[in-house]
Design a protein around this ligand. Sequence first.
Ligand code: XMP
Length: 519
Amino acid sequence: MAKNLFADKILILDFGSQYTQLIARRVRELGVYCEIFHHKSSIGSIKKFNPKGIILSGGPETVKQKGAPKVAEKVFELNIPILGICYGMQTIANQLGGKVELANKREFGHADLKLRNQAAGLFKGISKKNISVWMSHGDHVSELPNGFKSCGVTSNSPIAAFFNPSKKIYGLQFHPEVTHTPQGKIILKNFVREISNCKGLWTSKNIISRAINQIREEVGDQEVLLGLSGGVDSAVVAALLSKAIGDQLTCIFVDNGLLRLNEGDQVMKTFKGKFGIKVKRANAGNQFLRDLKGKKDPEHKRKAIGKTFIDVFLKEAKRNKKIKWLAQGTIYPDVIESAGTKNGSAHVIKSHHNVGGLPSYLNLPVIEPLKDLFKDEVRKIGLELGLPKEILFRHPFPGPGLGVRILGEIKRPYIKILQSADDIFITELVNEGYYDKVSQAFAVFLPVKSVGVVGDSRRYEYVISLRAVETIDFMTAKSAKLPHAFLEKVSNRIINEIPEVSRVTYDISSKPPATIEWE
Ligand code: XMP
């Protein structure tokens, strides 16, 4: 009998903090299912979700402004433990009759928090009196609401943490979810597992067995089609489906000729070879290049690649008349973003090429077995299912592939040069232990020529730029501070081993104002 993984749940009400998803990931890491709802969610929908604890996230606003975001007042009458983080704490204070003030000195970054007491179990297991915490807000609570006590003090705020012991409502001015608050995990664990009394049922094994049951129930003995991209999400969907329904699954892998060096062969070796999955590789590199001919504008290129992808995929898909379902690797952050729980802008910077449009073309119902999961959970179940680490922990790779890393018009020789340069960079990053420390790294081909000298001869060849970034959410990013000596080594290897390259640069731009990809 499968356990009900959703018996004990936490609800996160989002005020738009960049850390909201991180809070959710931390709760899931504690083995407890949680979802993110908009802070304006009605009391009816909150009750329907039936959480055992509620977390109010941080957010960029200030409670001092008119019309400041709030939660429904009735949330405080549900008799469910509540934890407010940063803005979440301030709105608790504001909504329950306390006071919030703009600090005369902004606390941003590290602060020392003096713990006043064990705060009805919130600080259980922390033996130190002072802990290091991470702050990121200017306002602070200056007067406690009735029934609340301060349980943490910093040099700038006498009320950096508070609690109401009888109502089990807690507030933290700092962020327990970030790694910069080393004791943060203990605090969250106390709230989720002890105070809210949630059992740790949300484990990889349980998630897999629930998904398998659900897939079998849904598709019965019908056949399912999946577009395999070589990325983490579709790889895990493939492994999961293959475990659930064996050869009722057919995969199509569109090789657009714009993949990383040897990537196509690797994908085939893993899925066809190791897992014995039916995979059809559509070698469509020539068609993609033909359709890209003469196109220089990044948006035109992206659109062309997207369109060709759909053409190739549909042609393959329509060959098999028995297919009744389309599987997709949609994950929870995609669901959150499209539901608009975040305050994100809707401005299109780049038209992303994903397979999102396929269901309407194929007119098939969609099965999305990962739609409740975060990326790190997807990776964990991938490991459990036996997928290789090289696939699961690979940096993200854009749908249009090297097509957005070759500036301007794409030509066949450019692809080869870029694949070789990229491979050298990535191999060195792996060998020197930097690959897992950066969020994404790759090489970019610049179709400009520059003079160099190799041995005694002059070279007039192309330029490669290296890009490595650190980021939490890929919405903002900083260039990784890779050591100079390392970059020099990579540059030397590229120029020595690839005769068509005479110069290597390192891209140090942040996002914003730059983007991660060059096009
Ligand atoms: P940008 O360049 O917008 O990239 O800063 C942010 C992240 O998204 C990836 N990216 C894409 N992923 N289809 C994708 O699936 C796309 O068209 C696409 N364009 C960019 C990019 O690699 C980075 O991780």
